[in-house]
Structure formats: C-alpha cells, structure tokens
Design a protein around this ligand. Structure first.
Ligand code: BDP
Length: 675
C-alpha cells in the first residue's frame, strides 16, 4: 500500500458485503458502441473494479442478454438513453442483482461507472443502489503550476507529472492513471502549465506534445488548456508589441489559436495571469483586462474559453491589497466576451488558512465568474501538515453574497478551478491525506451541496478502511484538521504571517521587504496597543466592497464572526470580547487549541495501528509527529513575537514560549521545497 492507487484501490470487502458481491457470477454488458473510446474506458474500469471487489472473473458480453439470467449479477450500460440529461449526468438503478447505468452520452456512462464502483467500494449492498446525479458546474478543472523543466511552483509532491522532455513520443502510464483519477471525481479540464507561463510553451513543438496528451485524455472526458503568456507576440512572434488592440497582434493570436485547434480540435482554451506579480498584460499597453481577455476570446472563438485571473495587486496602490482585484475588475462588469471566464480566488488576499469570501462574488452579475481554490497547501503546512480542505471550500461556497445568492450559486453556472497538488511522488500528493484534497475538490465541483464530512467518509472508506470505527476516527481527524491549522497559524482572522518566499513556518516579524504587502507586518499591524488590520471606514474601508447587510454585521467587533475579527479590525490587546476574555487571552487560547487539536489527531491515529496497513500507518504517523512539533513552533514563535510588541505576560495558566523571540527569528531553512 504505497498510495499510488489513490481512492481507486477497489479493496475487496469483508463479511456480508463480500459474500453478496461474490455470490453469483458477474456479467458485464452493453448494447452501446463498444468501440467508443469512453465506453471502452467505462467497461474496462468496471471490469477491473468488479473483479477486484468480488475476487471473481467478470464475464464481459458484447450485448445485454435479452432473456433474464438467473443466478447472475448483471451490470449493464446504456449510454444513449434519451431521458437522461447530458453534460455527464447518469442514473444508477438496481433490482434483484441487476444494475443498470443509464446516460445519454458516453461520458455519463463513465461517471456512472465510477459512481457505482464508489458505492460498492463503500460497502453498499448491490440491490440498494439507486442514484441519479448530474454535475452542478460545467467546468471542473485543475490548474497545474508545473514548469516545463519539471519544477512545480508551490508543489510539495516531487517533480511535475508532465514529461515535456520526452513528449510527444513517450506517454507515461501516469498520464492515463492521472486521467482515470480525475474522471473518477468528475474533473473535466486540465491546465497543464504554470500561470507564470513561459511563452515558448505556445510554440508548435509544444502543441505536438499537447496533442498527444489531449488524445490520451479525451476518452476520460478531459479537455486540455494551456496558460498563455500575454507578451507571446513579442517573445516568440517577432512583433514589437503585444497591444491587444493592434491588428497584427490580434492576427498573431488568431493564427496561434488556429494552430492549436488544428492539432487539438477540442482544445479547451487559454488561462491568463496578466498584470500580476510581474506578468505582462494589457495594462502594459494602456489597455484594460477586458481588452486583453476579449482579444484572446476572439482568437479562440466559439471553439473554447479564455480564463482570465483576477489575482492582481499592484505596487502603486498601497492602501489595501485586499481591495485591488475588486477595484480593477468590478467596473468592467458586462464588458467581457461571452467566452471569457474571470477566475477569482476564494478570498481577497491569497489562499490563507482562512479568509472571508472574495467580494467580487456577487458583485459582477454580468460576468462569468469561476472560483479558484488551492489544493496544494502553500500556506497550510505543505504536504507535511494534515489539513483537509473541504471544510474551507464548503465555508466559502456556502457564504451568502447578498442578492446574487451563495458563492456556490454564483459560480455554479461556470465552474471551479483547483491548483493541483500532484507530483511524481509515488503517492501522487506528497502525503496520503493530501489525496483527500484532490478528491474533495472534484466532488465539490460536481456537487457543492455535498458536506465535507460526507466527502471525508467516502474518501476514507475507499482509501483506507471500511471498518466503521476506524472510519469514524479518520473522518473525525480530517474534520478537525483545517481548523487546527487556522488556530495555530493565523487565529481570529490573522493572515499571511508565513515566512517569506517559501511560506512555511511563522515569521510575523518580517517587515523589511521591498513591497509593503509582501511583509507579514503589513497584515497584522500589531503595535503596543493592539493588533489587526482596520478595514472599516476608519481604515482601508475594504468592508464597503461587501453587500450592506454583511458589511454592517462585520463593521462592529461585537457582531462580526470572531473568526474574521482581526481581518477587519484593529483590536486593543486588553479589549473584552463577547466571550468575556481579553483579546490577548483569546488569542493565546486559540494557539493552545490548535496545538491540542493536533495532539488529539495524533492520538486518534495512533489507535488505528491495527486497522491500517503498516506502510501508510507509519508514513502518516511520521507526518503527525512533524505537525505536533511544528504546531508548537507556530504557537510559541507567534506568542513570543506578540509579547515582544505588547510586553504582556502569557495569560494565567498558559505556557511561556519554549525559546526566545531571537531564537525563533534566527531560524531559516532555504531547503524548503516548492518556491
Ligand atoms: C501565490 C503564490 C505564487 C503564485 C500566485 C498566483 O505564492 O507562487 O504565482 O499566488 O496565484 O499564492 O498567481
């Protein structure tokens, strides 16, 4: 059990469930075209899964037997059923050992096949399987921040899974296993390269590589997308401008898009990071984001989509980084072409352990908005700390944005993108539990109404064990894990206190970097009186970007959700909170809670030694040991630093940090991965 099989292990059930599945010979049949590549993949997956789950050889038939077979378990596929919706929808029906998967198109059959195998893997009895499902969002995509040289920006699972060096001739088996895993959770789009893009990845020799990948992924319902560097007309096209209104530039992109579509007829389109963190963009030529996006949208035409990122903040505007994306984009509402999607991070800063939802959601009713989440844990302890992220995404999806409804309602007509956490590590994601974040992302993009706990349970029973007690314990660990990280890293609405560059470990003291908003001190604003970023009308007024009813509630430290307190308010150390504690007492208590929660997770895991295979048991135990140690490091370094500013003793009963502030400040580890 090295983790390579992900949640697709199809481990044979035990006891009753095993007896049921192995009782009769299994016949797998379809009347649909077996030569359709997607149906072929669905049949192969069912054969593989059913054989593994039942321990029997599956009898595969070229047509569904007309006379009823007795004493046989019949699994049949119908992939042209007129009454089922398109877009990947399917229906599973069962009675007396006959299970049918119905869909109106092959991809629905593939999703239905995976859903059936999931139910069986979870130990559901055959005859109780009755389930229809359709994806809530049309676009469910992964964004890889993989560079052409194999390095993954913010990647903690080894090198990139994409072997550009040997493509197109060599196609690694991992590319197929990757597509299978994605299809099993409904992911249907993949951006294969970093948003900090290299222009040469648009050259013809790369298009040949994309073609090989796209051909391999097509049967799994996955469309390939590419991150495009906005200055490519100059970088590789020999033009002296990339001005989006220049006819020669427009013609260059049109010809480039045509080249892509000749090789890859279902090419998804381009993802663009423009005028952000040094990337080129339309503003370099005095044009707007809409001018840039629409120029590319015209080149792509009705063949695909342009996904334009809203992650922007500029050096010139020093008032509040949290306000900048809204300020730049909201005035452009209604100006973007129909095939442009604006991709917005879940919160207004940058993938912090907790952020309030991004105020752009709900504020651009005439624009296609898509949610961007980060599956890789850049700010949550890399792959070393256990943090199940579904609760974080659920939190933002459920947030009410005012008239436009919840964030889930705003983005459902468009989609969700997740920054991938995959790498060439044998277990794909650097740690076993990080597989759950990939899994949960796909499941939530398919159905944002699923609860985190439901997803955790599904994942744990397929990945680790169906034993109910062990499963309960694993789910409990997962469900407390992200909140634990928030508590020991950035409690009560603090943010961006991670060390410079690699973003691992605490460094709230950093205050000397060239741009103000690169510094942790910019975010916490701690001084002798208090701590927190005043974003009310007395401060940066970022609150005014939220709908009135939310802004009113958050404007008052007494009524704001305490989880966002210091995000919006500068609060005196000795201010009394509604809990009766002072802010300082509450803060220290939060750090302690974080440490206790990680200790509790480690204890829960330690009790599972009999329920989990030794290889994965040991790997997780070792990671938890790191996390227990580093949760204390976060707590102690943070408290020591706040004390150096407020001069306060630790509250009664609390433990004094183990080392001096100087000792914490002197730590460095240039070997941290993923930068
Ligand atoms: C930040 C990362 C940086 C990315 C950037 C982005 O630190 O590596 O390039 O986001 O999303 O979180 O573009």
């Amino acid at each position: 059990e090295d983790g390579y099989g992900l949640w697709l292990r199809y481990a044979p059930p035990e006891g009753e469930a095993k007896a049921e599945l192995s009782r009769h010979p299994i016949v797998l049949a379809t009347n649909s075209q077996q030569d359709n590549p997607t149906i072929a993949v669905a049949m192969a997956e069912l054969e593989r899964g059913l054989e593994s789950l039942s321990g029997l050889d599956v009898d595969r038939r070229a047509s569904v037997p007309t006379s009823s077979l007795s004493d046989v378990t019949l699994i049949s596929l119908q992939c042209d059923h007129p009454q089922i919706a398109g877009g990947g929808a399917f229906s599973l029906n069962s009675s007396s050992s006959k299970v049918s998967i119905l869909a109106s198109e092959p991809i629905g059959c593939l999703y239905g096949a995976f859903a059936l195998l999931r139910s069986l893997s979870e130990g559901e009895p055959l005859d109780s399987i009755a389930y229809s499902s359709a994806p809530a969002m049309p676009l469910r995509m992964l964004n890889h921040w993989d560079n052409p040289d194999g390095h993954v920006e913010r990647g903690y699972a080894g090198r990139s899974i994409f072997d550009w060096w040997h493509l197109p001739e060599r196609l690694d088996q991992r590319m197929i296993d990757y597509a299978r895993a994605n299809a099993s959770i409904g992911i249907n789009g993949v951006v294969v390269n970093n948003v900090n893009a290299r222009a040469f990845m648009l050259e013809q020799r790369y298009i040949a590589k994309y073609k090989r990948l796209a051909d391999a992924w097509r049967p799994f319902g996955i469309r390939l997308y590419v991150s495009a560097r906005f200055s490519a007309p100059q970088d590789i096209g020999g033009l002296n401008t990339s001005d989006p209104l220049d006819p020669a530039v427009r013609a260059w992109w049109k010809a480039k898009a045509d080249e892509f579509y000749r090789a890859v007829p279902d090419f998804g389109g381009f993802l663009v990071k423009a005028n952000s963190e040094g990337q080129p963009g339309p503003q370099d030529f005095g044009r707007t984001h809409a001018d840039g996006a629409n120029m590319l949208a015209e080149a792509v035409g009705n063949r695909g989509t342009v996904i334009w990122r809203a992650f922007v903040y500029s050096e010139e505007d020093e008032t509040d980084r949290a306000k900048q994306a809204y300020a730049e984009f909201v005035p452009l509402d209604g100006q973007f072409a129909d095939n442009v999607i604006i991709q917005v991070k879940n919160g207004p800063i940058d993938f912090q352990p907790r952020e309030p939802y991004h105020p752009m959601f709900g504020a651009m009713p005439n624009t296609n908005l898509m949610l961007e989440a980060q599956i890789t844990k850049e700010y949550l302890g890399f792959a070393s700390h256990l943090a199940f992220l579904a609760p974080m995404w659920e939190e933002v999806l459920d947030e009410q944005t005012g008239r436009a409804g919840t964030v889930a309602e705003v983005v459902s007509p468009v989609g969700m993108a997740g920054v991938a956490n995959t790498g060439s590590d044998r277990n794909w994601t650097g740690s076993h539990f990080d597989q759950a974040n990939w899994y949960a992302f796909g499941r939530l993009a398919w159905d944002p109404d699923l609860s985190s706990e439901h997803i955790a349970r599904e994942w744990a029973s397929q990945t680790f064990t169906r034993d109910p007690q062990a499963n309960d314990a694993i789910v409990a660990m997962m469900m407390r894990s992200r909140e634990a990280v928030v508590s020991y890293m950035t409690p009560l609405g603090l943010a961006h206190l991670m060390d410079t560059g690699h973003h691992y470990g605490p460094a709230p003291w950093v205050c000397d970097l060239a741009r103000p908003e690169w510094n942790p001190c910019y975010y916490h604003r701690a001084d002798a009186e208090g701590i927190g970023f005043d974003r009310t009308v007395h401060g940066s007024d970022a609150l005014s970007q939220y709908p009135d009813e939310i802004a009113e509630r958050w404007d008052d430290p007494a009524t704001i959700d305490p989880r966002f307190l210091l995000w919006f308010h500068h609060v005196a150390w000795d201010a009394k909170l509604s809990s009766g504690e002072t802010l300082w007492e509450a803060l220290v208590a939060e750090y302690d809670r974080g440490v206790e929660e990680v200790d509790a997770m480690a204890r829960q895991w330690a009790e599972l030694s009999d329920a989990i295979d030794p290889q994965r048991f040991r790997a997780v135990s070792e990671s938890l040991e790191i996390q227990c140690k580093e949760a204390r490091w976060w707590r102690d370094a943070s408290i020591a630093y706040w004390q150096s500013i407020n001069g306060l003793p630790v509250p009664n009963g609390a433990r004094q940090p183990a080392e001096t502030i100087e000792a914490y400040q002197s730590r460095s580890f240039p070997e941290a991965p993923g930068q």
